[in-house]
Ligand binder design. Structure first.
Ligand code: ZN
Length: 452
């Protein structure tokens, strides 16, 4: 096991990646009128439009409804398309996507040892390549917001290069700063780089698209160190996220009086009814990652109990080392099927409830429902358009059911993030998949070599 030396990088941010994976810079925020689509707004006040129009201009949702006119707007004819809010992903260790489907015996043993082993070898450039791979796949899959749960920050540069990839892709994100994997429980996280980022956040935030948060390791290792970290980041006004991967963790947080609406709990495995109640009472949302939870053997996400208690549930990828990919359609389907199976009830969860988790409730869990998560005039233009004419979507029976049970990332026709058209006619408009893949492969090979 290699820990890698911790170092605080230059505060200037110099030496950022110069080899551009981009085909071009970010496209401008345009003026678009999407015509004749099946629009599912996920806004209860507005509802759905089987034959609707949607006007996006300069990053804002201007209007949604029937027969909308927008002079000078570029018309996107969308007959046969299903238009939804862009998916909100709520917990993803994006850096380690370079090790997709590699929770195996070599180089480590299973996910956690592999992650710790490889993590020590990541250079800032590798962080960039891992994050870029993740956000490229996210946009391709119709995800317009990601939560970069970044627990491999070994220097300021590691953080800066991670953020740079998110910025280059133009996706909305929370970047949660965390301790590097393998850090001793007694050792506090590096606050120098975190404070630098917080003090200069306007230089990193890509015009407000990226928010700063803290990826907290909790109080399982050393309660004193953990509590001190939490107090510190709360005094900085940063939202917090923490894993609760095994029994009793939520209870201990509740007992210590540390839960709060600013704390996004991840997994909540084996939570008791009382723990779920205390989490909901404190206003703490939860993120569920069914593919990693199943793959690693944590068990089933406790969706029935969480829904019964009125929890705010968001969905997440967690890590493609375990989940394989970032297919939010499959995540929704998995949540629906697991819940109905656990309850032995065909009707326990509806496809619309699951679509809420992937959109508006995901936004609520991230504290950004006032700006994204539904197609509501005035919100930012984060939109995903799914091709309902694809063979696996035919015939167009019920649009919501099809999204949850039939759709797949290849069906994502177009994606707007903050009003920028980043995927169109099935292709990314600004990122070269080939170049992103090449960079990720190079990092993968170099890290494998170092870990031998
Ligand atoms: Zn995780």
């Amino acid at each position: 096991m290699s820990g890698g030396l911790l170092s605080i990088g230059s505060l200037s941010g110099q030496g950022m990646p110069s080899a551009k994976p981009l085909l071009s810079g970010l496209p401008l925020r345009g003026n678009y009128l999407i015509k004749n689509a099946h629009i599912i707004t996920m806004d209860d006040q507005i509802g759905d439009f089987p034959n609707g129009d949607l006007h996006l201009n300069n990053g804002i949702i201007k209007a949604v409804g029937e027969n909308i006119n927008a002079e000078a707007a570029e018309i996107i004819e969308a007959k046969g398309m299903i238009v939804i809010p862009g998916f909100i992903e709520t917990h993803w260790h994006m850096w380690n996507s370079i090790f997709r489907s590699m929770a195996v015996d070599d180089p480590g043993e299973g996910y956690f040892d592999t992650r710790t082993e490889i993590g020590g070898h990541f250079t800032p450039d590798d962080m960039y390549n891992g994050n870029l791979l993740s956000v490229t796949e996210a946009l391709f899959s119709g995800i317009t917001t990601v939560h970069d749960w970044n627990h491999n920050i070994r220097s300021l540069e590691h953080a800066e290069y991670s953020i740079k990839a998110i910025k280059d892709a133009g996706i909305r994100a929370r970047f949660s700063f965390g301790n590097p994997v393998g850090l001793d429980d007694e050792e506090p996280v590096m606050f120098g780089p975190l404070e630098h980022l917080a003090d200069n956040w306007q230089d990193y935030s890509n015009e407000g698209l990226i928010a700063l948060g803290f990826a907290w390791r909790g109080i399982e290792g050393n309660i004193k160190v953990g509590e001190a970290e939490l107090n510190k980041v709360r005094s900085m006004g940063l939202p917090v996220t923490v894993h609760a991967s095994s029994a009793g963790i939520i209870g201990r947080l509740a007992y210590a009086g540390l839960l709060g609406p600013d704390m996004l709990i991840v997994h909540g495995m084996q939570a008791t009814g009382q723990e779920i109640e205390s989490m909901v009472k404190a206003g703490a949302p939860i993120s569920l990652s069914p593919f990693s939870e199943l793959r690693i053997g944590y068990g089933f996400p406790e969706v029935p109990e969480l829904v019964r208690a009125g929890a705010t549930i968001g969905l997440s990828v967690d890590t493609t080392v375990l989940s394989g990919n970032s297919d939010m359609f499959a995540i929704m389907k998995n949540i629906l099927n697991i819940t109905n199976a656990l309850e032995q009830d065909e009707f326990k969860l509806s496809p619309r409830q699951v679509l809420e988790m992937a959109t508006i409730d995901g936004a609520r869990s991230m504290g950004i429902a006032d700006i994204t998560g539904s197609i509501s005039p005035g919100k930012r233009a984060d939109i995903t358009m799914v091709d309902g004419t694809a063979i696996n979507m035919q015939p167009m029976t019920d649009a919501v059911n099809l999204l949850v049970e039939a759709a797949q990332p290849a069906n994502v026709h177009s994606v707007w993030a903050d009003g920028r058209l980043l995927k169109h006619k099935g292709n990314l408009t600004h990122l070269s998949v080939e170049e992103v893949g090449r960079k990720a492969t190079r990092s993968y090979k170099e890290i494998i070599k170092k870990s031998k």
